[in-house]
Write a protein that binds this ligand. Structure first.
Ligand code: ZN
Length: 363
């Protein structure tokens, strides 16, 4: 097509454009149709940019046509300008329209691809929860802080002195035998109970009154079977003040048991022996499984053993610097695993340490 146009201008005589303008227009209409055919072949914006360059770029058809402006007489210049302008405008408008259509379609396709289907089911976020031992420990802490106790912590690695001697446990007591206690060296043990916290807190507070603390934590014994673990958790309770009696102990423990297990449960105290309390009592809770009729859970006795307690031994008060003639106190210690097992009906303590989600998700 360019060749034909070139020839047209080469043969064009001066001042004769007007006469031949229809021929030129015809040529340019053909060029326009070719351009539209090129445009129709393009599928993408990039394809059409190539067409754009072919007609309107620096070396394109339209600039080529413009160069012939210099070849015609001044009289003919406006006419040629008009003809070229018409050609250019028609083709350019058509091309821009097609480009805009394609861009719109591409944009719609992109939006469609990015569309979020809000009817799809969501991904559930798993929310963790407390371990049953933590649930029980937190509950007991709350029961006691509500009645004025303070939560304190001791050391898991403890001096033999605090673990035994300060609790009036003489050298020949069975609890000191090697099969029960993990010794780190002659003087240092993994604490076998939370009771050393009693001695430590009295050392810290004496002569201040009252001492009113509970001390939760890990304890360690050389045991491992369905009802024992080498590591387990205890909570120690201690109160020291003027005029603390055995009735206070009994009332406090009844409050504890009924808060944990329910108002309908009862307690029973049986005389017992602990080196650091005098008198001492084992505390049982009435069996909730059989209402004291007797069942497999309670060994057909109607009662379940849950904790040890007693009035603080005068020697223990004395070693801390308190005068046992002036002050008295009670102490108790309970196993958190034992309480959790009774509360939730768990028959193997090892389940509490296996971290099996099928078990833990039940709480
Ligand atoms: Zn029972």
């Amino acid at each position: 097509m360019l060749e034909k146009i070139k020839k047209f201008f080469e043969n064009l005589e001066t001042d004769s454009l007007e006469k031949q303008s229809n021929f030129l227009k015809n040529l340019l209409n053909q060029a326009k149709e070719e351009g539209k055919a090129d445009i129709a072949k393009g599928n993408t914006v990039d394809d059409l940019k190539t067409v754009q360059t072919k007609y309107f770029g620096k070396k394109g058809l339209v600039p080529d046509l413009m160069r012939y402006m210099g070849k015609v007489s001044n009289k003919d210049k406006p006419l040629l300008g008009k003809i070229i302008h018409e050609f250019k405008t028609d083709l350019e408008n058509h091309l821009n329209q097609i480009i805009a259509d394609i861009e719109k379609a591409e944009n719609n396709a992109k939006l469609e691809a990015e569309k979020i289907d809000i009817t799809l089911p969501g991904t559930n976020t798993k929310i963790g929860h407390k371990h049953p031992l933590t649930i029980v420990e937190d509950q007991i802490k709350e029961i006691f802080t509500n009645i004025g106790y303070t939560v304190v912590e001791g050391y898991e690695i403890e001096e033999d002195y605090y673990n035994f001697e300060r609790l009036n446990i003489p050298k020949d007591h069975p609890a000191r035998e090697m099969q029960d206690t993990f010794y780190l060296n002659e003087d240092v043990v993994l604490r076998t109970h939370t009771s050393p916290v009693q001695a430590r807190i009295m050392d810290k507070l004496c002569p201040t009154l009252p001492v009113k603390v509970i001390a939760p934590g890990k304890v360690f014994r050389r045991d491992d079977d369905a009802t024992h673990s080498p590591m387990f958790h205890q909570i120690e309770g201690l109160i020291v003040d003027k005029n603390i009696t055995f009735a206070d102990l009994k009332g406090t423990l009844l409050h504890l048991v009924q808060s944990v297990f329910g108002e309908e449960r009862e307690i029973r105290l049986r005389p017992s022996f602990f080196p650091f309390t005098e008198p001492s009592a084992e505390v049982d809770v009435s069996c909730g499984n059989c209402n004291q009729e007797g069942c497999r859970v309670c060994g057909y006795t109607g009662w379940l053993e849950i904790l040890g307690s007693g009035m603080v031994h005068p020697k223990v008060l004395e070693m801390a610097g308190y005068d046992p003639k002036e002050v008295s106190g009670f102490a108790f210690g309970l196993g958190i695993e034992r309480i959790a097992m009774l509360k939730y009906g768990i028959d193997d303590m090892r389940l509490l340490f296996d971290n099996d989600l099928r078990f833990l998700e039940q709480f």
